[in-house]
Design a binder for this molecule. Sequence first.
Ligand SMILES: C[S@@+](CC[C@H](N)C(=O)[O-])C[C@H]1O[C@@H](n2cnc3c(N)ncnc32)[C@H](O)[C@@H]1O
Length: 350
Amino acid sequence: MTYKFIDLFAGIGGFRLGFEKAGFNCVFSSEIDIHAREMYLANFQEKPDGDIRKINHKNIPNFDVLLAGFPCQPFSIAGEKKGFNDIRGTLFFEIAKIIEYHQPKVIVLENVKHFKNHDNGKTLITVLNTLNNLGYTTSWTLLNAKDFGVPQNRERTIIIGCLEQIQFDFDKLETKPQKKLKDILENEHEKLEYLQEDEYTLIENPKQQLSGLIFAGYRNKNIRKKGTRPNTEHLSRVHKQPNRIYSSEGTHPTLSSQESSGRYYIYHNGKVRKLTLRECYRLMGFPDSFKLIGSSSKLYNRVGNSIVIPMVEEIAQQVKKQLLEKNFDSPTPLFKPRQMSLFDFNLFVS
Ligand SMILES: C[S@@+](CC[C@H](N)C(=O)[O-])C[C@H]1O[C@@H](n2cnc3c(N)ncnc32)[C@H](O)[C@@H]1O
């Protein structure tokens, strides 16, 4: 049975790849960024619709699962349980309107690790309240990419809602043995960017942290060593992230959407070099067949914004098993007729 999904805030399609690998079929996508849309077109032969605020919900075909890795914004009167007035004017409001109109069986939302702390926890509570008010049973957790066979320490908040009264059980997700950064590196080639020995300092006896990272040294740039004991520099905040060097025997830190120069340095086979763009995409689980289009700065931003594909694929498999196959008899037909909604009458406007 093939279930249908829509890919909102689609970026370059990380969510889509994971769900497609699990056998789902994408029927609609939306993304505002021109570069991301071009990459999406090159890789999925489909140009996403643009700004979600301009989409007419009636033109979205029916679907079973709504996917959205949406930008985190504060809600004006978050947590005050005033229904849709809590979220009006935000991008999450746009998601809620689509949910309200189409009533998909399942919703999967993704956000940054600190989403749960955003606005003192009110943002998360408001999202959960909204989904509950729309009839969804919700559960949420933090997942780490490194538990799904990708050597990146990347924690993300995942929220899952189900229209039937079933709570998604995150404990049933199957984890994979941990990989090391060296397992995903490219073979030697002439374009690898090595640092000269006088450009970096290695620390003695580097130790693996709980996160799996092994801080191996730092670039000799903008280092404020004053007041720091030798070999404890990495414990203090004297090193900005782009100056840090991590060993290929451990995991890699989170790729960031803010890092457009790709300053990710690794210590591998006795030398220090930059990760290649392809290696960054591998760190998110993208296959080498995935087409990288446009300037490298945009490609670095995009990869840091995306989602880890093997983690998504496992979520998709469990969504199917736990929420779809057991409790709904058939996939939703295209353009299922629906009843009028409160949104149609603007009853939520105060
Ligand atoms: C965290 S990223 C999601 C990335 C995606 N999961 C991927 O695999 O690349 C959020 C995305 O929302 C997009 N976005 C922001 N505002 C939007 C809007 N009004 N309409 C549609 N997309 C929007 C951004 O351009 C960005 O690509």
